[in-house]
Design a protein around this ligand. Sequence first.
Ligand code: FES
Length: 116
Amino acid sequence: MDTVSPPSLLCRVDEIPDGGATAIEDVAGADGESVIVARQGEEVRAWLNICPHAGRRLDYAPGMFLLKDDLLICAVHGACFNRSNGECVAGPCRGEHLRAVTVEVRDGEVWVASVV
Ligand code: FES
């Protein structure tokens, strides 16, 4: 786990559609990578925007993700990831995980704490 020091501001909670996800680009605390942020109410989860199947971004256009029920679906070959733990539950990389970005929500802001 890489701890980010000092913590890096990712975005505001209200920039993420409730029940949806978006991508934040060039995140300093994540080696300049794109980061997926998904929101359910005040709960925010984040992962590197890198599919474990072929290393491609998961979005079909910048910040636009395929979401169905509790799944985040890679737009490239259709791998389906559990939105609560990032595990691929169907598709070409079943059993692998997205790389989690641990975030903290403070005063309506989302901060990167570490990249696992
Ligand atoms: S790159 Fe995501 S499923 Fe192939």
